[in-house]
Write a protein that binds this ligand. Sequence first.
Ligand SMILES: Cc1cc2nc3c(=O)[nH]c(=O)nc-3n(C[C@H](O)[C@H](O)[C@H](O)COP(=O)(O)OP(=O)(O)OC[C@H]3O[C@@H](n4cnc5c(N)ncnc54)[C@H](O)[C@@H]3O)c2cc1C
Length: 432
Amino acid sequence: MLDFNPSNYWLDTVEMPAGTPGDLPKSVDVAVVGAGFTGLSAARTLAKRGAKVAVFETNTIGWGASSRNGGMVLTGMKLGVETLADRYGMDATRRMYAASLASIDLVEQLVSEEKIECNFSRCGHLVVACKQSHFDTYARSVEVIAREFNHQLRIVPRNQLRGEIGSDIYYGGIIDEVSAGLNPARYVAGLGRAAIKAGAFIFENARVERIERNTSNGQPGFRLSTSRGGVFAHEVFIATSGYTSDATPALQKKIIPIGSFIIATEQLPEALADELSPRNRMIYDSKHYLYYYRLTPDNRMLFGGRAAFFPETSNTIRRSAEILRRGMIGVYPQLRDVKVEYAWGGTLDFCFDTMPHAGRMDGMHYAVGYAGHGVAMATYLGAKIAEQISGGPEDNPYVNVPFPGAPLGLYNGRPWFLPFAGAYYKILDWIS
Ligand SMILES: Cc1cc2nc3c(=O)[nH]c(=O)nc-3n(C[C@H](O)[C@H](O)[C@H](O)COP(=O)(O)OP(=O)(O)OC[C@H]3O[C@@H](n4cnc5c(N)ncnc54)[C@H](O)[C@@H]3O)c2cc1C
């Protein structure tokens, strides 16, 4: 049994900025719903371009996935490049891949410009193969990525893996030196401060309950009813990710909220931390039901996975913590006697095609569907949509990607099928 109070390690390392005090303005140019990476990055860009922008957040700044994640700033997308090329063609895939690289550059630039102390480091990521067949397919994708995207990855055969990871269970790996790691809670706090400094309002404890088309002084726009009062906005940007609610029912029906959970150990001795991750990479494995893990800046092992599938409750967190601890010891038997001090969960936003989507629905802008690859892409799409709202071109690689709903329309925003999906992916991991 684990003996601890479930809580998020990252939140013990940060002071979140306070939101805007006082009453809501009567009217704004742009209302942003959700104060995570997407919404705050958008608010910063809009305010810097002179827009009167207000962010509305049900809870507090960074409360959602943005303060709860693994802090892995990864190249590529959730789906492999071969799947993307089959579905969308090589040209579109090339643009998506380029955007994934540009998104990491943007995070690096923001961290430096806004002086955000969030331990950003280009430490690279390592994907480890759970089966020989997974490793065999790596060589092919490394070749495609080098040829088509001019981006160099490195294969690590099994007999050299000890230079990268203190575990013998994997069949080899791939390294991408361009990926980075950061402390996500400090990063989202920094984005919040940057948005406020640029002139954006951020209203916390302001749940958006209803959005209706409206006009003000003959200008078209939207009336937002929030738990702190009403406001008129010429444009609305929905940045609610896995927490999308019935305030935007059409979008809610296209997003499957899936739980992801993390444990963090006590601080490890330097020598043990070095043995587990000699190059301090961001690491994840090749399964559908994957594990992702890394060291924290103060040498804890942070170990995550989609252990329960259902979003976070005290029950799913506790159950997941047990599963994750067993998984962690499976990878690193060296951690058998190490104490787990933290466990928490958060909600991912999967779309039915496992793709990010950014565009317009019911006249409102949105960017969602990061599927666990959102640290960099949410920052990037938030800024891109903001540039578009302030008069720039519609310049993101997902505009022409069709946005599917549930097969046969059998989904009203309550994911009744998650246990079946969980079982399906477990079976897929056994057989593929
Ligand atoms: C456990 C976990 C681990 C992850 N690990 C990684 C990782 O290592 N690397 C990576 O790239 N990605 C990772 N992700 C994904 C990444 O965290 C997300 O993609 C990203 O944070 C999404 O940011 P966002 O701003 O779009 O949404 P969020 O940060 O989830 O913010 C959405 C906000 O909208 C608010 N909201 C919802 N409805 C309303 C409403 N009606 N009115 C007002 N406010 C509302 C919510 O309260 C919430 O604060 C992980 C996610 C989780 C949960």
